[in-house]
Design a protein around this ligand. Structure first.
Ligand code: EPZ
Length: 423
């Protein structure tokens, strides 16, 4: 038996969606909080499965955690070393932020592999190279990663490729090492800027926030603090695309305009009917009469995490569009499913060519990763008839209560238990 999402499409949505806290920031804040060896309080933490996995790891490191409503209270004053080989490490990719945190604290870390959505090649060579530039000796033994940090030192890291995770891991290690570390070609995602604000509130000295050159004066003793997680910009984008595809009027609250500017620019080109005032975005169903070429890119470019929801949105229109997926080698698992629903999309190299069609038809479809499963929910809301989306476990990793939020704006969507006989 399997929990699935059942959708009856073509309902006109109307109402208000409240955006939850950022998944991609909180998965960095939670490991980073250990560096305080004190009490850290973080508000606006969404109850998604990635958060529970990280809390499980904290507790195995002897850390006391309380989680009330959307507030996490993390007391790491009695943290103790443990090899990073617990099962939770393999449930998400961001568990690797514990590598840098424990390496700086204990100078030696043995870790198992990490998890994360299958989006093609996702090595960690940039993380390892950054650690080595700060004096770490790395070796891989069978499926174990061994980091030796006996001779850590400040350094000058120049990333030859922009990486969100590697930038965060470099920052988390460098702030523990006495001296000045410079990180060039750093990723500039809002989540990194916010993490640096969090670390600064804990007593760290970090310059260059929001730029691609971060300068850290490391080795200071850090202390507890209180922090507010920002709204999840990818959740905003997901619901904005749902609104543009299906809503009489969808009000999306807790929006930071600059974090979704790339999507708003795209809406302007496509003449999507929307308005934004302070932290509230309103979007209405808009007939797309032309194609568009979109390149996914590091922030502030169009986010790869919205490529899959955008593919579903563009599947039904009058034009031909191309999305160039420049970040991942294989973030295309949703295309086959969309084509079975009647879309006309093909992929050559990293280019997704979308020939708009009049209608999609409901079907049983398989979500294979977090944003891909979300894109199939969008397709189900657009399609004629009934769609069953498998892969709810992926959605629950990154979207708080998606079914509840959509039902509140009159989507005909429910959680069901089905037996497909194949699991
Ligand atoms: C973060 O992943 C996000 N995850 C991803 O969101 C997001 O798609 C990605 O950044 C890009 O914006 C979190 O923040 C938890 P990268 P990350 O390192 O850090 C290659 C979602 O749906 N690379 O910026 O893993 C990599 O293969 C998730 O919420 C190396 O080659 O992404 C990719 O092609 C999915 N070597 C590119 O760089 C490395 O050592 C960008 O990856 C690391 C990365």
């Amino acid at each position: 038996m399997e929990e699935v999402i059942r959708i009856k499409g073509q309902k006109l949505l109307e109402g208000t969606i409240h955006i939850s806290g950022s998944k991609n920031l909180c998965v960095a804040l939670i490991p980073a909080s250990i560096l305080a060896r004190d009490v850290v309080v973080i508000h606006n933490i969404p109850p998604i499965s990635d958060v529970y996995s990280l809390v499980e790891i904290l507790e195995q490191l002897g850390i006391c955690v309380e989680y009330h409503q959307d507030t996490l209270i993390i007391d790491s004053s009695n943290v103790k070393y443990h090899d990073l080989d617990m099962p939770a490490m393999e449930r998400l990719r961001a568990s690797y932020y514990f590598y840098s945190v424990l390496l700086g604290m204990y100078h030696k870390v043995t870790a198992s592999g990490i998890g994360g959505c299958r989006l093609g090649e996702r090595p960690i060579d940039l993380h390892i190279k950054a650690f080595e530039q700060l004096g770490t000796k790395f070796q891989k033994q069978e499926n174990k990663y061994i980091f030796d940090g006996e001779n850590l030192h400040a350094g000058h890291i120049i990333f030859d490729k922009i990486s969100v995770g590697a930038t965060i891991n470099a920052i988390l290690l460098a702030i523990q090492i006495k001296g000045k570390t410079i990180i060039e070609n750093a990723a500039t995602e809002p989540e990194i800027t916010e993490l640096c604000k969090f670390l600064s509130k804990m007593g760290a000295t970090i310059e260059g926030l929001g730029t691609d050159c971060i300068v850290i004066k490391g080795g200071k003793t850090l202390h507890g603090t209180t922090f507010y997680n920002i709204p999840d910009r990818i959740e905003v984008g997901t619901y904005a695309l749902i609104g543009a595809a299906t809503a009489k009027n969808l009000i999306i609250k807790n929006v930071i305009k600059e974090h979704i500017q790339a999507l708003l620019d795209l809406f302007d080109i496509l003449e999507v009917d929307y308005s934004i005032k302070e932290n509230e975005l309103q979007v209405r169903k808009s007939k797309i009469k032309k194609g568009i070429i979109v390149l996914t890119a590091p922030y502030p470019g169009f986010p790869t995490d919205l490529q899959q929801p955008l593919t579903s949105f563009l599947a039904v229109n009058e034009g031909t569009s191309v999305i160039i997926e420049s970040i991942y080698t294989n973030r295309f698992a949703h295309i086959k499913e969309l084509n079975e629903m009647g879309a006309n999309i093909n992929v050559t190299n990293m280019n997704i060519i979308i020939h708009g069609v009049k209608e999609l038809r409901g079907l049983v479809v398989n979500g294979k990763d977090l944003r891909g499963a979300a894109s199939l929910v969008i397709a189900g809301l657009i399609a004629k008839g009934e769609t069953v989306v498998r892969g709810l476990e992926y959605i629950n990793r990154g979207y708080e209560n998606m079914i509840k939020k959509l039902r509140k704006v009159h989507a005909n969507i429910e959680l069901c238990i089905e037996d497909f006989g194949d699991n």
